[in-house]
Ligand binder design. Structure first.
Ligand SMILES: CCCNc1ncnc2c1ncn2[C@@H]1O[C@H](/C=C/CNC(=O)c2cc(-c3ccc(F)cc3)cc(O)c2O)[C@H](C)[C@H]1O
Ligand SMILES: [Mg+2]
Length: 214
């Protein structure tokens, strides 16, 4: 009954990061996953691209699909304006528990609402449960075969507006072919690929930024 990788990541945060300092939390996770054991965080290289998109969009309502250890949750939330909110969906209760601790260590509990549940069940409830009209930015980083169905569900639920930005991780590795095909060929999206590398490796990967046109 040893520890899990997320538990070891949380321990690295508690050991090496300063409470209330999101940047030190991000750095502690990157240092651990680069030098001790790989984990599927968006990472520091793709993370800089995420930062630039967040800074450009200046979102007040952000949705993240797939929290895992809350690396990207903390990274994005640390860049948000005082009144902005980030909702993150995680359906694995063990990961959700770790993520809550990482978010607390970063001191970002007031900006982040972690919802423990599946995207398919919760996307239709976000308007009613959280008073959301539409999202300004959506970060997709959950199971890769769920990017497309969940994007269609977001459209159906009226959670996208002209200008909403969808930012998708791993469009090369592991890859999200059906999603890429959809956003790149649909008249409803203006899509752009940001070439990068798989977190902590030299493998090719990248992010797809798709603006919903309505
Ligand atoms: C009901 C299901 C849908 N609804 C859901 N609703 C809520 N939460 C959901 C849903 N589906 C999944 N989640 C949660 O999101 C997380 C899942 C994250 C998944 N990420 C990857 O698989 C990946 C792989 C590699 C990779 C690359 C190269 C390799 F060699 C190995 C691995 C790299 C990367 O950057 C990656 O993000 C978490 C583990 C899982 O519980
Ligand atoms: Mg990813």
């Amino acid at each position: 009954t040893g520890s899990t990788r997320p538990q070891r990541i949380l321990r690295a945060v508690q050991k090496n990061a300063t409470r209330g300092d999101p940047c030190s939390v991000v750095k502690a996770i990157d240092d651990y996953c680069r030098h001790k054991e790989w984990a599927m965080n968006v990472g520091d290289e793709k993370g800089c691209i995420v930062d630039s998109v967040v800074s450009e969009v200046k979102p007040t309502a952000v949705l993240e699909l797939g929290t895992y250890c809350a690396y990207s949750t903390v990274r994005i939330a640390s860049l948000l304006s005082p009144n902005a909110k980030l909702i993150t969906l995680e359906f694995n209760s063990d990961y959700a528990a770790i993520a809550r601790e990482v978010i607390a260590w970063a001191g970002l509990q007031d900006k982040i609402q972690l919802v423990e549940g599946a995207s398919g069940e919760w996307i239709p409830r976000l308007k009613e449960e959280f008073g959301i009209e539409t999202f300004d930015l959506i970060f997709l980083d959950h199971w890769k075969d769920r990017y497309l169905p969940d994007t269609k569900l977001l459209e159906k639920c009226g959670l996208l507006r002209p200008g909403t930005v969808l930012l998708a991780d791993n469009v090369i590795c592991p890859g999200t072919p059906d999603y890429l095909d959809y956003v790149r060929n649909s008249q409803q999206y203006k899509s752009k690929f940001f070439k990068s590398h798989l977190e902590y490796t030299q493998e090719e990967d990248g992010l797809e930024k798709s603006v919903f046109l309505g």
